[in-house]
Design a protein around this ligand. Structure first.
Ligand code: SF4
Length: 719
């Protein structure tokens, strides 16, 4: 294995959560350098998502695409990641220009890679350029060496102690024994062929005595990694993980962690029970409230759904009932796992494997294909992870094709085989083809937005109609916005979640606004103003978690009993107070809630400016498919006519038209109106124009009016 470049370096010490250094690697020139950050960088951009946004804003251009040499692949920790004394500190952010949306996307992922990156002396890695051949980067903080080498062959050992397993995963092993001083990120062959490739974050789980993986799943981060011909990054550091942030006020940080852990251990089992069920528990809730995506989001509830409820996975598949944290110190421990599962389909049929998951989103991706078979969920989960495919985008794309078959836009001849809802063999074949980049998988691997255009052109030619007419129809049920496939919630009945998806800066992903639970399940946002305020507050606090390097689940999924005594229990402010203590204890700051919301507003504004630059920032880009707002076809209306009629009656004062068609039409018109109205309120409250462009004074207020921003604002009429 040939060494291409190697440097010696002195790992910086972590002080108050930061190292104030970025590792820069240019794969075109094979240069490795260490950048010292100026003191105000962390003050303004916080960490994690903030660092990724700032680097992409400064160093990419309007023309930058996912596979341009100047595209950056940023992996960034936050100041609060890397402390086993506090729950949920194993998260880091991968940010880049997305192959799906052509604008900034980021995905948060757990494991040990983020913490080890910090212990190795870096707040972030920024990888630019494209290597001429497949390479691997190793960061050995024990030997003070950073190396770029040729990608090893199958089974070949890398000096740092990792074994390389061909097209698939790097496994970390140290002289034959696993070690938690090593962690890696890798991306497999699916990411080479599809636009929605993921990055696998690999870490050693001591309890299960095996390598596990979590995914930076959304937006095609793995596709970018493979486009750079980067096969993997391995980090090694033997520094102790306890007190890894070297907190300024250790006692304050420790107390905050202890309080949050206490809330989790007292409350989780009576609430979402994530510790026992993982996130699969959500399937039952979603089905109960007609929010579970079935048949490309056409229906939200089915008598068959119970085959995919948590109890099934718990009783039959989750092999060992034990805490499953993705990093030390998380007592919510939602990262469930299935051991010794024998695959029955695909090229590895007969192989006994271990599966990390399934998560709710993977379960929803399968029901969205009309499939209610837990065995298929697990096979789909394992293969997608192995190939590095996003289970969400893969499932939404296949579900969309199935509906195209249902309406006659695609035929078995177009695809090469039958692909109707519930067809396991067809779904199986298609995702294998996506991963291999062959057959119809070459089209599907482009995602819903690009596939729509292909189908419209082909169908229009066959039927001698205009592609625009076909496209207008496909737009109604092709479940993407800004180029990203929806995550797994039906939003027709939750106005707040509709706008949550529409206004999400990276596309319809619940990471930015997961309001469906408080809006539709708990009914805590009764008025349009409540919804608008939630659409401002929640994305801000969620952005802060992504900048700070923290998992949100211990906050949003475990409600502190004290929250009941507050004016807005759904914000869970008593737990937010622990996070503020943890922040101030770790970094030595003296921030209050409004300070962290302002920090997030600055990051959101900068992300919005990237979107504008890339042509995805105006109101038009906040469009979502009709299916996300209202029933598209009469059958969808009829399956929920009771609900829709009563909603309409409330609105119209009891005067409903007689015919089904007229009622359906009116429902569509009124729901689109409500959606528009809500967006208008949010734009105004955020200091944007009605075209969703931030006003000049808003950008100035947050200190972001640099030369690039100034030019962009002029272009959008903000003189
Ligand atoms: S709640 Fe789950 S995802 Fe979050 S840190 Fe804990 S184990 Fe990881």
């Amino acid at each position: 294995m040939k060494t291409i470049t190697q440097i010696k370096y002195e790992p910086a010490k972590v002080v108050g959560g930061y190292t104030d250094r970025i590792l820069r690697i240019n794969l075109s020139t094979s240069e490795i350098s260490v950048q010292e950050l100026p003191p105000d960088f962390k003050t303004k951009y916080i960490g994690g998502r903030g660092y990724a946004i700032k680097l992409i804003w400064d160093e990419t251009k309007k023309k930058t695409r996912y596979n341009s040499p100047d595209n950056l692949l940023v992996m960034a920790n936050g100041p609060l990641g890397n402390d086993p004394g506090f729950p949920g500190t194993g998260k880091f952010i991968v940010g880049t220009i997305s192959p799906l949306t052509d604008t900034f996307v980021d995905s948060n992922v757990g494991g040990h890679f983020g913490p080890l990156m910090k212990l190795a002396g870096f707040d972030a890695l920024a990888i630019s350029g494209i290597s001429g051949k497949d390479v691997v980067i190793t960061i050995d903080a024990d030997a003070n060496i950073i190396t770029i080498t040729d990608a090893p062959l199958y089974g070949e050992k890398i000096d740092i102690g990792a074994l390389f397993y061909g097209e698939r995963l790097l496994l970390n092993a140290n002289n034959g024994t696993f070690s938690d001083n090593l962690a890696a990120v890798v991306s497999g062959q699916g990411a080479l062929h599809a636009r929605f490739g993921v990055i696998n974050s690999l870490f050693f789980d001591r309890r299960r005595n095996r390598i596990r993986s979590k995914q930076a799943g959304r937006g095609g981060t793995g596709t970018v990694m493979r486009a750079k011909n980067l096969r993997g990054i391995v980090i090694k550091s033997s520094l102790p993980k306890a007190n890894g942030n070297n907190a300024v006020n250790k006692e304050m940080a420790k107390q905050a962690g202890a309080k949050l852990k206490e809330v989790i251990s007292k409350c989780d089992s009576a609430q979402l029970n994530l510790g026992a069920w993982g996130t699969t528990g959500l399937s039952e809730y979603m089905d109960k409230f007609h929010l579970f995506p079935i048949n490309n989001y056409q229906i939200g509830q089915s008598p068959e759904s119970s085959k995919l409820f948590a109890r099934v996975f718990l009783d039959k598949y989750f092999s060992k009932k034990m805490p499953d944290g993705c990093y030390y110190g998380c007592n919510l421990a939602c990262a469930k796992s299935v051991e010794n599962f024998v695959l029955t389909t695909g090229p590895d049929a007969g192989l006994k494997v271990n599966i990390d998951g399934p998560e709710y989103e993977t379960v929803g991706a399968v029901s969205n294909m009309g499939i209610f078979d837990p065995q298929f969920v697990l096979e789909y989960n394992w293969y997608c992870d192995e190939y590095s495919l996003d289970t969400i985008s893969t499932g939404v794309t296949i579900g969309f094709f199935m509906e195209c078959v249902q309406h006659g836009y695609l035929t078995a001849d177009d695809i090469g085989y039958e692909l109707n809802f519930g067809n396991i063999a067809g779904a199986n074949r298609l995702f294998q083809e996506i991963a291999a980049g062959r057959g119809f998988g070459k089209i599907a691997g482009q995602g819903v937005a690009r596939s729509k255009k292909w189908i419209a052109k082909r169908f229009a030619a066959r039927k001698a109609v205009s592609p625009e007419t076909v496209m207008a129809e496909l737009d109604k049920f092709g479940m993407e916005a800004k180029g990203l496939e929806f995550s797994m919630y039906i939003t027709r009945e939750s106005l707040a979640q509709q706008a949550g998806y529409a206004l999400a800066l990276k596309g319809p992903q619940h990471d930015e606004a997961w309001l469906i639970f408080i809006d539709q399940v708990h009914k805590e946002l009764p008025t349009i103003d409540n919804k608008a305020n939630a659409l401002i507050w929640f994305p801000l606090i969620r952005t802060w978690f992504n900048a700070a390097g923290l998992c949100k689940l211990p906050w949003i999924d475990v409600r502190n009993p004290e929250a009941a005594n507050t004016a807005e229990p759904f914000k869970n402010l008593p737990s937010v107070a622990y996070y503020l203590d943890y922040l101030n204890g770790t970094t030595g700051s003296n921030k209050v809630l409004q300070d962290i919301l302002d920090d997030s507003e600055r990051l959101q504004l900068l992300q919005k400016m990237i979107n504008l630059r890339q042509g995805k920032g105006t109101r038009e880009s906040d469009r979502i498919p009709l299916r996300a707002v209202a029933p598209v076809y009469t059958n969808e209306y009829l399956t929920r006519s009771e609900y829709y009629d009563s909603w309409l009656k409330n609105l119209e004062g009891g005067n409903l038209p007689d015919s089904t068609e007229q009622k359906h039409e009116l429902i569509v018109a009124r729901r689109l109106e409500a959606f528009r109205q809500l967006c208008d309120i949010v734009y105004k409250k955020k200091g944007y124009t009605s075209d969703a462009v931030p006003k000049r004074e808003t950008v100035k207020k947050f200190g972001l009016l640099d030369k690039q921003a100034d030019k962009l604002l002029v272009k959008y009429g903000e003189q």
